[in-house]
Design a protein around this ligand. Sequence first.
Ligand code: ADP
Ligand code: MG
Length: 309
Amino acid sequence: MALIELKDVSKLYGFGDATSVALEEVNLNIEQGECVAVMGPSGSGKSTLMNVLGLLDHPTHGEYDLNGRRANHLYSAQRARIRRDKIGFIFQSFNLLPRLTSLENVALPLLYKGASLRKRTMRARDMLERVGLHDKSYFYPNQLSGGQTQCVAIARALVNDPEIIIADEPTGNLDSESSRLVMELLSEIHHGGNTVIFVTHNPELTRYATRVVYMKDGLVVHDEHKSLGVVAQYARKVLYGEPLSDEEEDIAGVSTLMKAHEHEHATRHVAAATKRRKSAKRKPAAKPKPAKTRKKATTSRRKANDGVS
Ligand code: ADP
Ligand code: MG
């Protein structure tokens, strides 16, 4: 029995002519201990999937079993309890309360659970220590860098010791160094035996995943199991400028949204290597250069999608 089992799960918004299909008959099983990256163009249904998995949203059709229990028929109080005890959320926009210190933000889920002040404070301190921010306990969110803020949000997500961590573009607002830090933390949580599901536009970050699920138009279009430490195959084809078939190109739309600052170096390096490889193969230098064309297309598509997801 898988930890998460989605059977023909659809999510529709609106009705009549204005219906939009955010998820279309998604079948997805996730085992305990997997680290799943979800990729896909903006609007492909990634956040909707995260919200359904995290019991923040109901599927319109289909069944969702969590830990062998039918989750889409639960009362809202039961759903809230499962969410509180079993699931930790991390969002792109951090979602910390601005008027609370780091310590208070991290301790908040324990307050909802009825823990004593002493217990809340001790546990929150431990969590901040775990993410390397114990010296920022009394800082407010606006006194922290983006990376530090996300680490506080991770500490908050972990404070109830959840089995599942759901992170919707956790590095979407971070520079490459902070992204790495945040992903190392998520990876550590994964290595501790937890199930981690994260959305990313950045192919490099698929290194941390044991599996990559690619979405498009509300469908899961590709599901790739992989080893830790390597970039996922579809993602790599775009990153390293290898030719894609038409079908792959379609799916790999997911990978063209990667953040410029995170890949400037890698793309430059790879484009140069591809160019060298190609010119070694090809004698006349007059033909168009695919690596450059791809990089341009990538950049313009990325620009077009910036800030939309
Ligand atoms: P992603 O996270 O991949 O960018 P989303 O899951 O946010 O995609 O959205 C998937 C589709 O569902 C999009 O077409 C979006 O416009 C639509 N959608 C998402 N949330 C709502 C909502 N609350 N009301 C109406 N449509 C929505
Ligand atoms: Mg989204």
